[in-house]
Design a protein around this ligand. Structure first.
Ligand SMILES: [Mn+2]
Length: 381
């Protein structure tokens, strides 16, 4: 098997070519060494959106680069609001090892973890404003999403359709002869479980199962359990109540809901938990849950349809370039223009306006009318 099938492309074949791990690792090492020689040894690793897979992939890339003599700091976009991210943050004191994206130096080579879009809509500064990065800055991509980048002497994309970027990073590190410490093993195991719905998602591949099993060699079963058995604050329930009350059936297939209160920046990550939960209930194929968090509009979108163009739907509602999706799961985020950032007493008006606006846009896109309000089932009297 030729390595080109793996390096620079995504394919459905096996990761380990017939030549064996050593050859594969050697070729990857050769390419990356050459790349480091051409572009220098000062790198920045970028996580487009904090989640366990992105974190694991970033630390693996750091280990890979260190193994080849290059130095890299990790930068992130997004926040640690999701309880799972908070848990990893505390357990591993991640804040000591990662910096927000607005501190990204202007002159380092960028390695992108768990994303393959140079113009990823999730690259944001502290105010939610989009950060634009020159495409030439990117030297390496390790991702499991479906976008394809062409390999050049200055750019090595390693993109393979599988459950987690962490799985690919893990295999590459070991193919190079590198070793994972306990922290990297833990992060990898949690990253894989988190992105693959605990190894049950249909996108899960052999590489994910293998990497998970290997990573568990050094990982703590208790921490894995704690990460998926997280606790939420009391306020979560009142926000969830608002979501349930606002849920609207746009058509038989699509349901949209929002949080009526202003969310703190951190609380924006609850939207994905609400969307996951609504998706589990009979009645809608696609679920959209949005809210205003800090100065941003944020949304989480889930679908069980394999055919639907989820990105198209997301962009139709929230604007082109403001969101994206993969494997039935997606989201949007964009910063409100400065004069529109709400005060506590204008929040209701703003959110009401956005609600009307999004509903019109979704109807325009789907071509369905009318909206049927969700009527709670009455108990017999
Ligand atoms: Mn991922």
């Amino acid at each position: 098997m030729d390595f080109g099938l793996f390096i620079g492309n995504h394919d459905q074949g096996g990761l380990v070519p017939h030549g064996g791990k050593l050859d594969f690792g050697r070729l990857f090492a050769q390419k990356l060494r050459k790349l480091i020689k051409r572009r220098g040894g000062r790198w920045s690793i970028l996580i487009a959106q904090i989640d366990p897979d992105g974190i694991a992939a970033a630390f693996t890339i750091q280990a890979i680069l260190a193994h080849l003599g290059a130095q890299a700091d990790i930068f992130y976009s997004g926040g640690f609001g999701h309880p799972q991210n908070k848990m990893l943050l505390n357990e591993f004191e991640l804040i000591k090892y990662m910096r927000p994206m607005r501190e990204l130096p202007p002159d380092t080579v960028i390695a992108l973890a768990d994303s393959s879009r140079f113009d990823d809509s999730r690259f944001r500064d502290g105010n939610g404003q989009k950060i634009r990065l020159a495409p030439e800055r990117f030297g390496l991509v390790i991702d499991h999403h479906l976008e394809r980048g062409a390999e050049t002497p200055d750019f090595l994309p390693i993109i393979r359709t599988c459950g987690a970027a962490a799985s690919i990073g893990w295999k590459l590190l070991h193919a190079l002869g590198g070793k994972a410490d306990e922290r990297l093993s833990q992060l990898t195991a949690i990253g894989i479980l988190s992105d693959t719905d605990r190894l049950t998602h249909p996108i899960t591949q052999q590489i994910d199962r293998e990497a998970f099993l290997e990573a568990m060699g050094l990982a703590s079963q208790q921490l894995i359990h704690d990460c998926f058995d997280y606790r939420l604050p009391e306020r979560y329930l009142s926000l969830y109540e608002q979501v349930l009350q606002s849920a609207i059936i746009v058509c038989d297939e699509v349901r949209i809901a929002h949080v009526k209160d202003l969310l703190l920046e951190d609380e924006g990550d609850y939207l994905s938990i609400f969307a996951d939960s609504l998706r589990k209930v009979n009645g809608a194929k696609t679920v959209i849950v949005w809210g205003v968090a800090g100065r941003e509009v944020r949304a989480s979108v889930r679908t069980s349809s394999r055919q639907d163009d989820l990105t198209g739907l997301i962009e139709a509602i929230f604007g082109a370039g403001n969101g994206g999706s993969k494997y039935g799961s997606g989201g949007a985020r964009y910063a409100l223009a400065d004069p529109h950032v709400p005060y506590p007493h204008t929040a209701e008006l703003l959110i009401g306006f956005l609600n009307a606006q999004f509903n019109e846009r979704i109807i325009g896109y789907l071509g369905t009318r009318p909206i049927r309000r969700r009527t709670p089932e009455k108990t017999a009297t």
